[in-house]
Every structure is written in C-alpha cells, then in structure tokens.
Design a protein around this ligand. Structure first.
Ligand SMILES: Nc1ncnc2c1ncn2[C@@H]1O[C@H](COP(=O)(O)OP(=O)(O)OP(=O)(O)O)[C@@H](O)[C@H]1O
Ligand SMILES: [Mg+2]
Length: 370
C-alpha cells in the first residue's frame, strides 16, 4: 500500500514542501562554486534540501558521499570512491578506476532497484591511506558538472586520523576552484567545531546555513492536503497542531507519525487526537526494542535526567533547582555530566540553555515509563 507520507529517505519534487528561500540561497552558492556547510537537527530536511536544490539546477548533478559511521581513513576513502562511482557510470571511467586502484581488487555490482553501481572490496586488500585520499580528491576535481556533497561530515571528526584527513581534504578542496562543495551534518556542535574552531583545518573555509524546520503554516497545509486529497480524510487544525507540537515541528518525525495515523484511520473518516494517540502507541510498540536497548545502556544518573526531562513542560528544560528536585539528582555538576554524556550519545540536544530530546518519540516512550 502506498501512503501519502514519506519517512526515512530524502524527499524531492512534489514530495518536497516549501524552503523557497533556502533553495534560492543554496542555488546561488552552488552556482558560484562556493563551499557551504549545513547544520540542523536530525530529520529536519538537510539532505532533502540539497538533493532538491541540485535537482532544480538542470545543468548540475549531485556527487553524494555519506560519511555516516566512517571509522577510519580507509572507510572515508571507500565512501568517497563509492560516491564517485555512483556519479560517473561510464564504462571507460570504471576501467580507469579498476586500473588506478587495482591493489584494492575492486568488484562492481549493479543494483536494479536503485540503478546504482556498487563497489566491493575483498577483506584482505591493503587499507587506503592519505595518499589514496589525495588521489580520490584529484579524481573528484577531474569530473564535470558536479556538486560535491559530503553528508554526515561530522563523522570524519571522530576517526583516529581526523587531523590528517581534514588537513588533506582542506588543502585539496581549496584548489578546486571550479567545484561547489556542500558539507552537511546533524550534530550541530561537532559541525560548528569543524568550521569555526581556529585549530581546525576547516576553520572559516565555508559559509554556514542553519536549517530550521519548514515554515509551520506551509507544512501544516501540505500535511493536511495529503490526508484529505489522498483519502478524503478529515483532520482539524487542532489535530495537526497536536502532531506538530508533539514532534517539535521536525518534518521527518511529523511524516512518520502521519504514516501511523494514516494506518490507524480509514478513508473518508475523521481523524481525532485520539486517533493520533493510538497511532503513537502503535509506533512506540514497534520502537520498543530499540528504545529499551538505549535505556538499558544508560547510567542511573542519565536515567534520572531523561525521566525528569520527559516530564518537563514541552520536554524541554535547563538544569534549574526545580529540575534537580524533579530528577532527584543531588548536584548541578552531576546533572551536567549526565547531560553531556547524553548529548554525546545524540539522545538529547542543547538549544541555547535548554535540553531537549533529539527524538520526540523517545521522550513519549520514557514518559510512559513514569
Ligand atoms: N522539504 C520537505 N518536505 C516534506 N518533507 C520533508 C522535507 N524535508 C524533510 N522532510 C521529511 O523529513 C525526512 C528526513 O529528511 P532528510 O533525510 O532530508 O533529513 P536530514 O536532516 O538529512 O536527516 P538526518 O539528520 O537524519 O540525515 C524525510 O523523509 C521527510 O519525511
Ligand atoms: Mg541527512
């Protein structure tokens, strides 16, 4: 069954809502071969914005490299190589790659579902090094009409050889004056560190774009239409408001909850707040196992912290006297320590002085434990 909502992958074309301003700004940067870094919360729509923007520039194509979970320089290089191969599919180019990287003994396979060429390596081949990274970046420069996107770029800052990798990337990219580069990442402070810490090789090398949720009125209209047009289901503004508030206005979470709400309702029926609550319960029962795993891995102080945070107004609080009392954590210092660890683990995030759950559904699950 096709649902009128999409979650878990980037959206483009008619599935992409709003963001006129961001699209225009990003287009200008791309057309002037600039370097831009996008920051924003998880599931806010960074990858979608980039894909939709490049899609709208008819003479450009995206060279997309996702650094998610890269653990070392070898991973970084292989992810770049995979991106290059997905971009340039010409046979002559693949032959060139096989020759150039013959020591890796690469194999190619074609995925009929995605139309993508995938590269594989046998496990006993030598690991790629800084030298390979330089070669790969030279290859990138030799391509045409491309917009290079390094997604989840903050993960490069976690690898043991991060300094060397970032320095190499910086010096190569700096000389690629005819290639636009976009860096994106969902861990705000890590991305900001890479581009604004004067000790970082990427210090002041790119323009920042902070991606906020889609304009609320516009996105509410989009969601409302998807309910009414596709199944003539009636949803009041109040119910839409309830969904948006529950999801902290994060587009990916809104669409996910809407899928469950869609499943929980029928064509031509009226969707109430109760329908959404039932949908949320179903969704939480699906997510239960992974949430339990996270919960079991937390220290007792961290558990006290998230329990109190889940009960705070809008799931949002600073470490005040009231918060300490609610959490039963004795010292501000201990609460801060728990919070920092939870931030590192991407379970909560800090917005100005306040802490908030990264995943609003995890908040609902924790709340249900009280
Ligand atoms: N412009 C948009 N219009 C409609 N829905 C959107 C839009 N942008 C994002 N979404 C919703 O958010 C989901 C996540 O989008 P996307 O993958 O682009 O976010 P992201 O910020 O890159 O997330 P992550 O931090 O997990 O990489 C999409 O699957 C879709 O449900
Ligand atoms: Mg993304």
């Amino acid at each position: 069954m096709n649902y009128p909502f999409i979650s878990g992958k980037f959206v483009t074309g008619k599935d992409f809502c709003g963001r006129e301003e961001e699209l225009n700004i990003l287009k200008t940067h791309i057309n002037s071969n600039s370097r831009v870094y996008l920051i924003g919360e998880r599931r806010v729509g960074k990858s979608s914005l980039i894909h939709e923007c490049v899609r709208q520039i008819s003479e450009k194509k995206i060279l997309y490299i996702d650094f998610w979970t890269a653990r070392n320089i070898d991973d970084v290089c292989k992810k770049i190589l995979q991106g290059i191969i997905s971009y340039e599919k010409k046979q002559s180019f693949l032959i060139k790659i096989i020759k150039q990287f013959s020591y890796l003994r690469p194999t190619f396979s074609f995925d009929q579902n995605t139309g993508q060429t995938n590269i594989g390596f046998s496990s006993d081949t030598p690991k790629m090094t800084v030298g390979s990274l330089e070669e790969l970046l030279d290859l990138i420069e030799s391509l045409k009409k491309h917009v290079v996107v390094f997604d989840e770029f903050q993960d490069v800052a976690h690898i043991p050889e991060t300094e060397k990798v970032l320095a190499t990337m910086r010096s190569k990219i700096q000389s690629h004056t005819k290639v636009p580069y976009i860096f994106a990442g969902s861990i705000r402070n890590k991305m900001i560190d890479i581009f604004t810490d004067y000790k970082s090789p990427f210090y002041k090398t790119a323009i920042c774009m902070d991606i906020l949720p889609i304009k609320r009125g516009l996105f509410e209209e989009f969601i409302l239409k998807r309910f009414s047009k596709n199944g003539k289901r009636k949803v009041s503004r109040e119910v839409i408001n309830y969904i948006f508030d529950l999801c902290y206005e994060i587009p990916g979470d809104i669409q996910q909850l809407c899928i469950y709400t869609w499943i929980e309702s029928e064509d031509t029926s009226e969707i109430s707040e109760d329908t959404v609550k039932r949908a949320l319960r179903n969704m939480l029962s699906m997510l239960k196992n992974s949430y339990e795993k996270i919960y079991d891995s937390l220290s007792s102080q961290q558990i006290l912290f998230i329990k109190a945070l889940s009960l705070s107004k809008n799931g949002n609080s600073n470490i005040s006297k009231e918060f300490l009392k609610l959490s039963q954590i004795d010292l501000t210092q201990s609460a801060k320590k728990a919070a920092n660890r939870l931030i590192d683990r991407k379970i909560i995030l800090k917005k100005s002085k306040n802490y908030q759950f990264s995943d609003p559904f995890f908040r609902e699950w924790v709340k249900s434990l009280n």
